[in-house]
Write a protein that binds this ligand. Structure first.
Ligand SMILES: [Zn+2]
Ligand SMILES: [Zn+2]
Length: 147
């Protein structure tokens, strides 16, 4: 259901992204599954108070420049994702390919992904001083997408 609604709004252009210094560049083809705001403690520390994460099919993501500039950090052996960032400028890139999905930091996108945020996730981990002030759906933990 979730995917179907979003699919109707998407065109077929590439979505380009890059880091701040421009050494890392990537392209997303195909339609992202979702855009959501993640409030987990790892996003808070790595990306700011929360991060907007774009999720889609792993094979739709292509790093076109600077693969060797991407550093990876895993926050503990039980962490689901690796956190990728540019070695030169530190820009958060998200998890670029663990398993079947990419989880890209939407802040690194240079193009409009067309899709709009629909969810807040990991709200249980947000700091008390940050109030969520919109009507999007909120999940205290992960959101498991309907297939
Ligand atoms: Zn960079
Ligand atoms: Zn997060």
């Amino acid at each position: 259901m979730f995917r179907g609604i979003e699919s109707q709004k998407i065109g077929h252009g590439m979505i380009n992204g890059s880091c701040l210094c421009g050494k890392v560049k990537f392209q997303i083809s195909g339609e992202p599954y979702s855009l959501s705001y993640c409030h987990c403690s790892r996003c808070r520390k790595a990306a700011g108070v929360f991060s907007a994460v774009l999720i889609g099919k792993a094979e739709d993501l292509l790093v076109t420049e600077g693969q060797g500039e991407i550093a990876k950090f895993k926050a503990g052996s039980d962490a689901k994702f690796e956190r990728c960032f540019c070695k030169a400028c530190g820009t958060s890139l998200g998890d670029m390919a663990t398993g079947n999905e990419y989880v890209i930091a939407a802040s690194a996108l240079d193009d409009d992904p067309k899709i709009r945020p629909t969810l807040h996730i990991h709200t249980a981990s947000k700091p008390d001083w940050y109030e969520i002030d919109d009507d999007l759906k909120k999940f205290e933990g992960d959101y498991i997408r309907e297939q």
